[in-house]
Design a protein around this ligand. Structure first.
Ligand code: ZN
Ligand code: ZN
Length: 208
């Protein structure tokens, strides 16, 4: 039985263990032209349909293909990569429970370093060297997919709201208050305030 070396297992970001089974994507860029040329840059554009994913029990859907632009600069030590991602996200509003779609634009940077073996790459999508976290690549190709996936998942709000002024659901009848007033008395007495109410009533009585 073979076991993954402990240092590889330990350098996986914590979130990876939770989200690994969902949403795998592959965005391959050929960086042959800038290898060995310090200061050289390459640009890549991808249009990619993202699979749905599940966050906190909620299904997140990407109704249109995402657009990903990557600028790669050979720093001599690594391939410094700047990402621009545009995608539409459909998820459930945490107040009114209605699905809504909103655009998400992300800018982030990651570092890629060449490693020798494909086995090492397969064991861990993200490695650490001299305290620097980086993504590995082998030979002439960088797969930008894992970095996009991780940054995307971290950027999706867990408690999304369809609109900052969303009025939510009526606590009495459950109607969506964005559709108009349901006619219920929304000022349900707060049980924590019962002693205060009684005191006010007592005062009122004693004054009469
Ligand atoms: Zn809402
Ligand atoms: Zn109501």
């Amino acid at each position: 039985m073979t076991q993954a070396p402990a240092h590889l297992a330990l350098t996986l970001p914590a979130a990876f263990h939770i989200i690994a089974p969902v949403m795998y994507m592959s965005l391959i860029g050929d960086i042959h032209a800038i290898k060995g040329k310090k200061g050289a840059r390459a640009e890549f554009d991808f249009t990619e349909a993202f699979e749905p994913l599940f966050l906190g029990g909620e299904k997140i859907v990407f109704p249109e293909p995402a657009r990903v632009h990557v600028l790669v600069v050979n720093t001599g030590k690594s391939m410094a990569s700047h990402f621009h991602l545009e995608v539409k996200v459909t998820q459930r509003c945490s107040r009114c429970l209605r699905e809504f779609t909103a655009p998400l634009v992300l800018e982030f940077a990651e570092e890629y370093r060449e490693i020798d073996s494909v086995e090492e790459f397969a064991a861990a999508p993200q490695l650490t060297q001299e305290g620097v976290e980086f993504f590995p690549f082998v030979e002439d190709h960088i797969d930008f997919g894992e970095a996009v996936r991780q940054n995307l998942i971290l950027s999706i709000p867990m408690k999304a709201v369809c609109n900052p002024s969303c009025r939510g659901l009526c606590p009495v009848c459950g109607a969506n208050l964005n559709d108009g007033d349901c006619g219920c008395d929304h000022l349900l007495p707060d049980p924590r305030l019962a002693p205060l109410r009684e005191w006010v009533q007592r005062c009122g009585r004693s004054r009469n």
